[in-house]
Ligand binder design. Structure first.
Ligand SMILES: Cc1cc2nc3c(=O)[nH]c(=O)nc-3n(C[C@H](O)[C@H](O)[C@H](O)COP(=O)(O)OP(=O)(O)OC[C@H]3O[C@@H](n4cnc5c(N)ncnc54)[C@H](O)[C@@H]3O)c2cc1C
Length: 389
């Protein structure tokens, strides 16, 4: 006999857990099926940056709504998501100066705390930084980073207290469709019946799409990060930074560490089951060279660790959200290397869409699957080009 529920969520990462929380909050019976353990995919490898600076307004709105969960986590969800306010700066090449100014204005209009600052301000905020290539920067004093595992576990703990079920070590092997409608799933632990199935399978999402005959334009994106121990001269945690000039981002971590990731050389199309314990050969050398360009005293830093991770990436490097394929089949995937920070609001919007037929918190229609066949790909009005290249 299949166990019956209202909604089946495939995947126990940030997105499956956020959706479970919001559905359970609305009194819906929900089961999360996770083939390994929670946060064992992209989420557990995430750098956890929490910022609102995007070139696409809808993404900034999702990030801003999500930020308020991270900031007020104890009251809204319960426990501690590890949110650490560091302040955030976005550096862009001089050719994008006008776009930076337009985006800061757009963010201010949304209500996001953000300022346009110049190279002297950057030097005042971070005396150890070189300001090479910087004329202006965006500054978000409230932003920082959170702990992706704690965030996911927090959502799921709260969801379970409201009646949701989590089944780990449970791989979905087939999605069942009867007369064009979702009827349930087959798994390594038996069958589950439900009229709604949500694909929150991260870099494995295309495989779940295949189970209902839906070809999702989601590729696998591989990304390495490293942690270095900062030198004694740089003990104080620095701001979190996206430095497009040097094609990298970095943030502090507890214990005097700094995390670094690079925007270039993130290979596509690898098997998402590939190893993530080690970074690719050459990554550490490139990342050290980049961080020393921006923070010269990092020459005296020492390597602490490096590893990789996979996410699902779409052709316009943006999420795919909404209903597609058989009735009752929903997509919450394709987060393209930037999906952690918008997880809270996306889960809320998807719950609204599933329950009320429309997302009210933020309009997520631009992220619909159908945009690819309509040729309506997403691009910020004042874009800095693709994040990953
Ligand atoms: C190294 C790295 C750094 C990143 N840094 C940032 C950052 O700083 N800020 C940011 O916003 N984003 C960042 N991202 C992106 C972000 O982590 C992802 O977009 C986000 O975590 C995706 O969450 P998810 O829940 O969709 O997928 P996942 O976390 O991958 O979860 C999917 C889950 O589905 C399960 N699953 C798959 N197939 C099945 C099946 N058949 N049956 C059952 N379960 C299944 C998997 O085991 C997995 O646990 C980063 C990503 C990586 C890889």
């Amino acid at each position: 006999m299949a166990r019956t529920t209202d909604v089946i969520i495939i995947g126990g990462g940030i997105h499956g857990s956020s959706l479970a929380f919001h559905l359970a909050e609305s009194g819906v019976k929900v089961i999360v099926l996770e083939k390994e353990v929670i946060a064992s995919g992209a989420t557990g490898r995430s750098s956890g940056l929490v910022r609102m600076h995007y070139a696409l307004e809808t993404e900034s709105r999702l990030a801003w709504d999500s930020f308020q969960y991270f900031r007020d986590w104890a009251e809204r969800v319960g426990g501690d998501c590890g949110f650490t306010r560091t302040g955030f700066m976005q550096f862009v090449s001089p050719e994008y100066e006008a776009h930076l100014k337009a985006n800061v204005a757009m963010h201010k209009n949304i209500g996001i705390p953000t300022f346009l600052i110049d190279a002297d301000d950057v030097k005042t905020l971070e005396p150890a930084f070189s300001t090479e290539g910087i004329k202006f920067a965006a500054y978000e004093p409230e932003s920082g980073y959170a702990d992706p595992y704690a965030t996911t576990a927090g959502f799921l703990d709260a969801a379970r207290k409201m009646g949701a079920t989590l089944v780990q070590d449970c791989e979905v092997t087939a999605v069942e469709v009867k007369a064009g409608k979702i009827s349930g799933v087959k798994t390594s632990q038996g069958d589950y019946a439900a009229p709604v199935v949500v694909n929150c399978a991260g870099p494995w999402a295309a495989r779940i799409g295949d189970m209902v005959g839906l070809a999702l334009p989601i590729n696998t994106w591989q990304h390495d990060t490293m942690m270095v121990q900062r030198p004694k001269t740089l003990k104080r945690p620095h701001l979190t930074v996206i430095d497009d000039i040097n094609e990298m981002y970095f943030r502090p971590e507890t214990g005097g560490l700094t995390l670094v990731g690079l925007e270039d050389n993130n290979p596509l199309g690898e098997n998402p089951d590939g190893q993530t314990d080690h970074a690719k050969p050459g990554f550490v050398e490139r990342a050290i060279e980049r961080i020393c360009r921006r923070i010269p005293v990092m020459e005296a830093a020492s390597l602490q660790s490096a590893h990789g991770g996979y996410d699902g990436i779409s052709p316009d490097q943006r999420a795919i959200l909404g209903q597609a394929g058989p009735e009752g089949f929903y997509l919450q995937c394709g987060f393209s290397g930037t999906g952690f920070k918008i997880g809270p609001a996306v889960g809320k919007c998807m719950a609204e869409l599933i329950l009320d037929g429309e997302a009210k918190t933020v309009d997520i229609d631009p992220f619909r699957f159908q945009r690819f066949e309509e040729g309506d790909l997403l691009e910020g009005e004042h874009s800095y080009g693709d994040i990953w290249h």
